[in-house]
Structures are given as structure tokens and as C-alpha cells.
Design a protein around this ligand. Structure first.
Ligand code: OSB
Ligand code: MG
Length: 376
């Protein structure tokens, strides 16, 4: 165990490209694979911490991309980390605050600092964050399927596998008819929808019809940056609105809660800029009795492990999108892989993220590697 400051000596960016087991479709389009960086961070004692970037190749979900992530890390954020020792990972977001936004780039590096810190303490990341759960509940996010028949089959299979709640992606002309059939087949399952910003306030009357399906929530129906119109919509809906794309920070959460724009928050570590900001959102939402859950970005094992750790925080009271490794991957880059049993994932207790890197698999998927050293 070490209480001395962390001096980051070396950062290696492993650029990976992994094929999804099956394509994932949303209101924006279809993804066949995931490209991202594994961040390997090494301190003076040779102890290593790992992070994973979550931005996609194209900026459909947020403005960040794989390329902007690399640019931000290489030209701005990594130099800031080398500049001075870090007493505690909570300092990293403050140090990064001289750079505007680019939250996913920041979170990827900050995640590696947290893992490194936890490993130096010989404690689990979940413990270092203040999380207490020993296992977490797992929901599934099901992409838009070729037909409703396919969707019903995927739902059936997911229920048999034990998932605790079902989320389906919707878009205009692929919503109420689909929901009617899903509810006919599965009248009582915990069900929610995610629109990824596919509607506008002009659809208000139409969206009110969703209330009859007794959904747990409707995720991000309106504009990706909108807070005001979601507040107008929430007043008209019984179904709770959950914000995803609109939430970049604790300040956004505060505005949304104060204006009544949503009743539930989806937190993605990358979108809000890291684990420290996630902790703050957890604490604020606890005080204001707003349920929180952890969203997913089709992460490989390292990102998945960070999601598991953060879901152990006390206000993460709804099942999230973080599933087992085999939900998306033929082979994951960690060992052991993340597994699910009866809709639950056991939180690892080993140091840091609690999983080891499977280097053989990682190297199979690696398309590039860049090494950065601190100048003395
Ligand atoms: O299973 C996952 O990792 C999350 C799936 C998902 O819903 C999603 C996947 C990619 C981009 C955005 C979203 C979303 O939550 O809106
Ligand atoms: Mg979403």
C-alpha cells in the first residue's frame, strides 16, 4: 500500500478494433465493430493502471470520435498528467478542466489513474470509489431488429438468460406498433425504451400514447442538448423521462432536476468526464432522490470493469446496461471475462478493476500502439 503521490512515467495507447458478435442498430444507424483505445499507465514503481476510451468512430452519439480522443489525449491531456504528481485521482478532473469538454478523452485517462491508484492501495476500484454492493443487477439494451418477430425472440432469450430489465431502441415509425406487440407477448416485464433523440416536442401528443405501455422510463426522447423541452414533455407524461445524451456534468444534472426535465439519470462515465464526476452525480442524486443507472457504450472488458465498479455506488439503484463480456464479444480482452448469473454480475474484489489484461487477445485486436514517456 502506498499513500505517496502518483508520478505517471509512461502512457501507452493501444488502438484496438473489435468486431461485434452481431450488429447494433439505433435510431442513427448500425455499428458492426468498435474502435477504441486501451490506456496503459505506468508509475515510478512500474505499477500499471488501465482505462478504456468509449467514443465511437463517428460523432452520432456525442461530438467526440476516436480521432478527437487521440488528439486530445496526445496533444493536451497526457502532457498535463506528466506535468506533476497526483495525490489523489479526484485531482485529475480539476487538472483537466483547463481543456473544455472532450469528456470521453478525459475519462479514459482518468479511469487509468483510478485503476492505478486502487492497485497501489491494493484495494478494489469499487472500494476506493466508496461503493458497497457485492453484486450488481444487469439489464439489456436491444438494438433495432430487422422485424418485430426477431425482437420478440431476442426478448424471450434475454428473459431466459435472466436480464433484470429489457430496453428496446425505438425511432419514429418503429415505436407504438412495436410496443403493442411486445406488451401483448410480455405484459408485465420491466420494459423501457431509448429513442436516442429521435423525436421533437411536436411529437408531444404522440409520445403521450406511450403511457399506456407502463414503461419503466423513456430514455432521451428529445434533442441531445435539450433540457428545457424535456421539462415541458415530462409535465405531460406519466412515464418517467431518463436523460442520457443531455447530461455532461453534475451541473447538467442539477439543471435537469431543478427544471423537472427528467426523473431518472443515465450516467456514462465517459460522457460525464470520469469517475470523480460520476461520484458527485451519485451524491447529488441521492440527496434529491433521483434514481441513477449506468449506461453502456458497447465497452470491451476494461470499460466494462469500470462500469461495474461505479455501479456499486449507493444511488445506482436501477439495473444498468453493463452486461457480460459475451453479450457483445467473441473473446474479451480481460481474464476472467465478465460473466452474468441470474441477471447479476459479481463485483470483483481483487486490486484495481479486478480483472487482468488478456494480452494475447488484446494484441490480436490491436491495430496501432503509441508510447509516451515523461521527460525528466
Ligand atoms: O449495451 C450497451 O453497452 C449500451 C447500448 C446502448 O443503448 C447504446 C449504445 C451505443 C450508444 C448509445 C447507447 C445508449 O445508451 O443510448
Ligand atoms: Mg441512451
Amino acid at each position: 500500500m502506498s499513500v505517496s503521490p502518483i508520478q505517471v512515467q509512461q502512457i501507452i495507447l493501444h488502438h484496438l478494433k473489435m468486431q461485434l458478435k452481431s450488429p447494433f442498430s439505433t435510431s442513427f444507424g448500425t455499428m458492426q465493430d468498435k474502435e477504441f483505445f486501451v490506456i496503459e499507465m505506468i508509475d515510478e514503481d512500474g505499477i500499471r493502471g488501465y482505462g478504456e476510451s468509449v467514443a465511437f468512430v463517428s460523432p452520432w452519439y456525442t461530438e467526440e470520435t476516436v480521432k478527437t480522443t487521440e488528439h486530445m489525449m496526445v496533444d493536451f491531456l497526457i502532457p498535463l498528467l506528466f506535468q506533476a504528481p497526483i495525490n489523489h485521482p479526484d485531482e485529475v478532473s480539476a487538472r483537466f478542466s483547463v481543456i473544455r469538454r472532450n469528456n470521453m478523452a478525459k475519462a479514459a485517462l482518468e479511469g487509468a489513474v483510478w485503476d492505478l491508484y486502487a492497485r497501489r492501495q491494493n484495494q478494489s476500484l469499487a472500494h476506493c470509489l466508496g461503493g458497497t454492493k457485492r453484486e450488481i443487477e444487469v439489464g439489456i439494451s436491444i438494438g433495432i431488429q430487422p422485424s418485430t418477430k426477431d425482437l420478440l425472440q431476442v426478448i424471450e432469450k434475454s428473459l431466459l438468460e435472466g436480464y433484470k430489465r429489457i430496453k428496446i431502441k425505438i425511432k419514429p415509425n418503429h415505436d407504438i406498433d412495436v410496443l403493442r406487440e411486445v406488451r401483448r407477448e410480455f405484459p408485465h416485464i420491466p420494459l423501457m425504451v431509448d429513442a436516442n433523440s429521435a423525436y421533437t416536442l411536436e411529437d408531444k401528443e404522440y409520445l403521450r400514447r406511450f403511457d399506456e405501455f407502463k414503461l419503466l422510463m423513456i430514455e432521451q426522447p428529445l434533442g441531445h442538448a435539450d433540457i428545457i423541452e424535456h421539462a415541458r414533455l415530462q409535465k405531460e407524461l406519466q412515464t418517467p423521462i431518463c436523460l442520457d445524451e443531455s447530461i455532461y456534468s453534475l451541473d447538467d444534472v442539477r439543471m435537469a432536476v431543478e427544471l423537472g426535465s427528467c426523473k431518472i439519470i443515465n450516467v456514462k462515465i465517459g460522457r460525464v468526464g470520469g469517475l470523480t464526476e460520476t461520484k458527485k452525480i451519485n451524491d447529488y442524486c441521492k440527496k434529491h432522490e433521483i434514481p441513477v443507472w449506468c449506461g453502456g457504450m458497447l465497452e470491451a472488458g476494461i470499460g466494462r470493469a469500470h462500469n461495474i465498479a461505479v455501479t456499486t455506488l449507493d444511488q445506482f439503484i436501477l439495473p444498468g446496461d453493463t452486461s457480460a463480456s459475451n453479450r457483445y464479444w467473441q473473446k474479451d480482452i480481460i481474464e476472467p471475462e465478465v460473466t452474468m448469473d441470474h441477471g447479476m454480475i459479481k463485483v470483483p474484489t481483487g486490486p484495481g478493476i479486478g480483472y487482468n489484461i488478456n494480452w494475447q487477445v488484446l494484441e490480436e485486436y490491436r491495430i496501432d500502439r503509441r508510447i509516451f514517456r515523461r521527460e525528466r
